[in-house]
Design a protein around this ligand. Structure first.
Ligand SMILES: Cc1cc2nc3c(=O)[nH]c(=O)nc-3n(C[C@H](O)[C@H](O)[C@H](O)COP(=O)(O)OP(=O)(O)OC[C@H]3O[C@@H](n4cnc5c(N)ncnc54)[C@H](O)[C@@H]3O)c2cc1C
Length: 243
């Protein structure tokens, strides 16, 4: 396997070998890719992946980094298989350990958090939108466990929640971290609402930083609720995955 080339700028496409693949939920798989910046990116950033067909046709998509910056030389991505998804379908059905994937990054300067930014930190994720928030949670646990933090996570059902065991363990064991899991199609079915935001704020206090990530409709609804709860617009940062 070739070593990642540490001399390349983030804008350059390079080959990143897949070193591990694991199921996360029935529709989401985790991929570890060897890169030269595994310990040098900011939680919340993403990479671009590019696939090239034999006839030269190319498709390129963005994927958030789920891991915190760490030694070991790999980053973790979590990719949800969308129905008829051109790139996510390839990762769901074809990609395997040893494949070299074209990648560039890390990318993104606004939707990022680090220990130096402090808190309180409110994270709001819908579906696979939790991925960049997971990087922030993992970094907080490693480097800034004193920062108060709350995650509101909206998913269809528990089986579709990414890293649910990890999140529930963190909520149980990590002082200052709380989890609100909202399941939209299970039990009574609950979407993010003003009450869920109010509960999180009552627990957390006034957040210094709010990060919202998910599909376009999820981000729009959550941002409206956060503004309605009186959070200053300048404190709210959003990332939209599409859909
Ligand atoms: C900054 C950024 C970070 C992202 N991080 C992640 C990540 O960590 N994990 C992840 O799984 N995805 C992530 N995405 C979404 C990802 O880039 C692709 O859009 C997604 O994988 C679909 O690509 P595709 O080629 O499989 O689907 P396409 O072939 O492009 O589309 C297939 C069908 O799905 C619809 N669709 C496209 N995107 C979405 C979506 N996000 N939600 C619902 N329907 C959609 C299309 O309208 C179309 O009907 C991120 C997007 C951005 C912009």
């Amino acid at each position: 396997m070739t070593e990642p080339d540490a001399s390349l700028p983030w804008t350059a496409w390079r080959e990143a070998p897949i070193t591990a693949v694991a199921p996360v939920t029935p529709r989401v798989k985790s991929f570890r890719l060897a890169v030269d910046f595994a310990d040098r990116f900011r939680a919340g950033q993403h990479v671009d992946l590019r696939l090239t067909a034999e006839d030269g046709y190319q498709a390129q998509r963005s994927y958030s980094i789920a891991s915190a910056p760490e030694a070991g030389g790999t980053i973790e991505l979590m990719i949800e298989a969308l129905p008829d998804g051109e790139v996510s379908g390839f990762f769901a059905e074809v990609a395997a350990v040893g494949d070299a994937i074209e990648l560039r990054g890390p990318i993104g300067g606004a939707f990022v958090w680090g220990p130096e930014d402090g808190g309180p930190l409110l994270l709001v994720g819908g579906g696979s939108g939790v991925v960049p928030l997971l990087a922030m949670l993992r970094l907080r646990a490693l480097a800034a466990p004193e920062v108060p933090c709350r995650l509101i996570y909206s998913v269809r059902g528990r089986a579709e929640a990414i890293a649910l065991a990890e999140l529930e363990t963190r909520a149980r064991d990590e002082r200052g971290f709380g989890l609100s899991l909202l399941t939209t199609r299970e039990g009574a079915g609950r979407r993010i609402d003003a009450e869920a935001v109010a509960e999180a704020l009552a627990d957390l206090g006034n957040p210094a930083h709010v990060f919202v990530c998910g599909s376009n409709p999820f981000v729009a609804a959550a941002a409206d609720l956060l503004l309605g709860a009186g959070i200053a617009p300048g404190r709210i940062r959003t990332e939209r995955f599409g859909g």
